[in-house]
Write a protein that binds this ligand. Structure first.
Ligand SMILES: NC(=O)c1ccc[n+]([C@@H]2O[C@H](COP(=O)([O-])OP(=O)(O)OC[C@H]3O[C@@H](n4cnc5c(N)ncnc54)[C@H](OP(=O)(O)O)[C@@H]3O)[C@@H](O)[C@H]2O)c1
Length: 271
């Protein structure tokens, strides 16, 4: 039987940017940024109709190809499904954007247990699963990158949003560590860590009436996505959009922990 020399087989796969949680909010805005820069996209979220609308809009505006898949990333088999679909489509995930995520607020023992575990599955488990599935390929090709959407919540404890804050601390720590491990393989990592943003997030987290979303400066998704895209393109490991958020994180290191924790509890506690 004829032997095929793998070096002689031309790689005909198309490079794509895989974006999770692209059906709205920051994810849809990031899709618009990557599309405007001429990247083909592979979009994922549960609401397929929203992804279809976005795909039509972006292909009308830009000379790109957009694939999408309606998928619940909290399901254990979701990562395998997504990887199989990328092979079926014949695409290389050259850039992975782990954006899908949600928060929950309330006293830790009063928030529904299943909802909390779903949040961990999405914010942490799915992000790690997709990293393990797609980053080794990038390392082999010696190019690519990962843009993880963390939060300023990842820099401090979050009384009344304990699980969410801790999940974003994981995102920040994991991203910073992998940036070091993968640097020599030519794969870059960015943690986009926004403060409050006007998206579907506050409603799902039960936070629309909290001071965090009513009184503080809430950014729009397009501004946050632009800062994230630019920072990622420039190879920055951490992007915190908005000077007020950067100052808040800096100040939180110098005030007593009790005061810091009381301020966070006050602004996030559901009303
Ligand atoms: N908004 C903020 O104030 C804020 C601040 C800091 C960080 N962030 C982070 O930003 C990221 C994006 O959130 P956002 O503010 O844009 O909120 P959003 O408008 O609620 O968008 C969340 C996205 O995640 C998708 N998603 C939710 N559950 C999913 C699941 N089980 N499987 C697959 N996709 C799922 C949603 O799509 P479907 O509903 O169609 O599945 C949607 O596209 C999150 O990681 C969030 O933690 C947000």
């Amino acid at each position: 039987m004829a032997q095929i020399n793998p070096k002689m087989v031309e790689d005909t796969s198309r490079d794509v940017v895989l974006i999770t949680g692209a059906s709205g909010g920051i994810g849809a805005a990031l899709a618009a940024e990557f599309a405007a820069a001429g990247n083909d996209l592979f979009l994922v979220a549960r609401r397929g109709d929203m992804l279809a609308d976005l795909a039509t809009d972006l292909t009308d505006k830009h000379d790109i190809q957009v694939d999408f898949l309606a998928l619940d990333l909290t399901k254990a088999e979701a990562g395998a499904h997504l990887e199989a679909e990328s092979i079926r489509l014949g695409v290389n995930v050259d850039i992975l954007v782990n954006n899908a995520g949600f928060g929950l607020s309330g006293r830790f023992d009063r928030i529904d247990r299943e909802a909390q575990l779903e949040m961990i599955d999405l914010n942490i488990r799915a992000l790690v699963d997709l990293t393990l599935r797609f980053v080794p390929g990038m390392m082999k090709r010696r190019r690519g990158g990962v843009l993880n959407v963390g939060s300023i919540a990842g820099f401090l404890p979050g009384p009344y949003m304990a699980g969410y804050y801790a999940s974003k601390a994981f995102v920040g720590s994991y991203t910073a560590a992998l940036a070091v491990e993968c640097r020599k393989a030519g794969v870059r990592f960015t943690n986009l860590a926004p403060g409050p943003v006007a998206t579907g997030f506050a409603a799902r987290a039960g936070m629309t009436r909290t001071p965090l979303f009513r009184r503080l400066q809430v950014q729009d998704a397009a501004t946050v996505a632009r800062a994230g895209y630019k920072g990622f393109a420039a190879g920055r490991r951490l992007v915190i959009p908005n000077i007020a958020n950067r100052l808040f994180i800096l100040a939180s290191r110098f005030v007593p922990n009790r005061l810091r924790d009381a301020v966070v509890a006050y602004v996030v506690r559901p009303r």
